[in-house]
Each structure stands twice: as structure tokens, then as C-alpha cells.
Design a protein around this ligand. Structure first.
Ligand code: HPA
Length: 247
């Protein structure tokens, strides 16, 4: 397996990745958000891509999702673990918790969300009943357990358009729909990985209670405070996933 990691908000670079090579890749869907890094994590050679660029400069709806996923495929990736920051909707998704979602609801619009458009033959509708790969999820769960990170097995990720945060009413509706967490980048990333037949799983770090779930306004300062410690857990878990001793 050649594992690719996609880092999101708070993870534009991975402190514990020993970078061997940085490569600019072009695809027929344009340029990915950043150079592809190849490096050593634990016992494995992995690829790393900063979803929003490095430094972080692309808003969720500006991310070149098709180029990002196509670049990873071209570079030989056979599985993807994506990291993202999310708001917590259900009680289990408290700030600082890492959720391993098992479902998605897509509320985004206007994004390039398929490789199979513009007259692609044959007409293709991929199965997406289970958007996340169960074997990757199981191994990620073991890694999270190994490093003692607070985590939750399963949950529904609601993907919103952003860049604004949601209204309290939108979050109430999402809760009724069955969403446990809310983020802005899970789609179309997950489905594009499916279209290119790469098993995909997500580590979603809860960085704030979603809109209307706490008395306070959601501030970037609050989010950044949780991001810092939370991403340390994420990086440790990814190293353990890759077989790092003592991780
Ligand atoms: N909503 C959407 N995306 C997010 C949030 C949120 O509350 N927090 C971090 N990413």
C-alpha cells in the first residue's frame, strides 16, 4: 500500500514527517494545491498533500479537489487518509475529540465533483453507499487507541459550502438529518477518491461546538487553541498507523 495523507486546516505541514522529496505535479485537471511531498513516517514511505496549499491560502470552495486527488493517483497512492477540522453537532463530538466518520451528507454546491462529466463514456455512477473504507477505519481506530487520543468510532459528516460558518437553524436541520459533525472539505474529496478507486478514510478533529451548540460565538482563537493539541494527537496516531515504534 502506498498511503497518501491529506492535511487540512492546522496541518499544512506534518512535523513528524521526514521529507525525502518535494515534487510539483501537473494533472489534466490543473495543478494540485501544493507540491506533493514524499517522506518517511514510522515504517512507511508516504505521500503528503496540503489540501489548502502551504501556507494555507485556499478557501474550502477554492480547493482544486480534482487535481489534488488525481495528483495523488498519478504519484502512485493506493489509499488516502484525510485530516480535517470540524464543528461538533452531537454530544459525543466534543471539542478535542477525533471522529472517524462512517457516513457523509453533502450540502455543498457548484464544486467540480466528478471525473466522469463532459461526455465521459460509459456513463458512470459509482456506488457510494459506504463512503469510507472499513479496513482503513479499523486500523486508524487501533492507532488512535494506541496513542491514547480521545476518539469516536463512526458518525455522519455533513459537508457545507462555507466559507462562512453555519447558522444555528442550519445546524438544527443538520442534526435532524443525522449529522454528527460539520466541515467544509469532505466533499467532493471523498467521492473523487472513490471514482479513482482509492480507499479513503477521514480523521475529523472537532475544534468547536457547531453553531448554536454553545452560548458563545465561534472564534478563530478558540478553534486555533484546540487545533494545536488536537493535531498533535492526529500526527501521533498517523505515525502509529504507519508502524512507528513507541508511538
Ligand atoms: N462548521 C463548518 N466547518 C468547520 C467548523 C464548523 O463549525 N469548524 C471547523 N470547520
Amino acid at each position: 500500500m502506498t498511503l497518501a495523507l491529506i492535511g487540512g486546516t492546522g496541518l499544512s505541514r506534518m512535523p513528524n514527517l521526514d521529507v525525502i522529496e518535494s515534487r510539483t505535479v501537473k494533472t489534466r485537471f490543473g495543478n494540485p494545491a501544493a507540491a506533493l511531498l514524499r517522506g518517511r513516517l514510522g515504517n512507511e514511505d508516504v505521500l503528503f498533500l496540503a489540501r489548502h496549499g502551504n501556507p494555507h491560502r485556499l478557501l474550502p470552495h477554492e480547493v482544486p479537489y480534482r487535481a489534488n486527488i488525481a495528483a495523488l493517483k498519478q504519484a502512485g497512492a493506493t489509499a488516502i487518509v484525510a485530516v480535517n477540522a470540524v464543528g461538533g453537532i452531537s454530544d459525543a463530538a466534543a471539542a478535542g475529540t477525533i471522529v472517524l466518520p462512517d457516513q457523509i451528507i453533502d450540502y455543498t454546491w457548484g464544486r467540480d465533483m466528478t471525473y466522469f462529466d463532459k461526455g465521459h463514456v460509459p456513463i458512470t455512477h459509482v456506488d457510494f453507499s459506504w463512503p469510507f473504507d472499513s479496513a482503513l477505519r479499523r486500523r486508524l481506530g487501533e492507532a488512535l487507541e494506541q496513542v491514547g487520543a480521545p476518539w469516536v468510532d463512526g458518525g455522519c459528516y455533513g459537508a457545507t459550502q462555507g466559507p462562512r460558518l453555519e447558522t444555528a437553524a442550519e445546524i438544527r436541520r443538520m442534526a435532524q438529518d443525522g449529522c454528527d459533525i460539520v466541515g467544509m472539505t469532505g466533499m467532493p474529496e471523498a467521492v473523487l477518491a472513490r471514482e479513482l478507486e482509492m480507499p479513503y478514510a477521514m480523521l475529523s478533529l472537532v475544534v468547536n461546538p457547531a453553531a448554536g451548540k454553545s452560548e458563545q460565538e465561534i472564534t478563530m482563537a478558540e478553534i486555533e487553541a484546540v487545533l494545536h493539541d488536537g493535531m498533535e494527537h492526529v500526527c501521533a496516531a498517523l505515525a502509529a498507523f504507519c508502524g512507528a515504534a513507541g508511538a
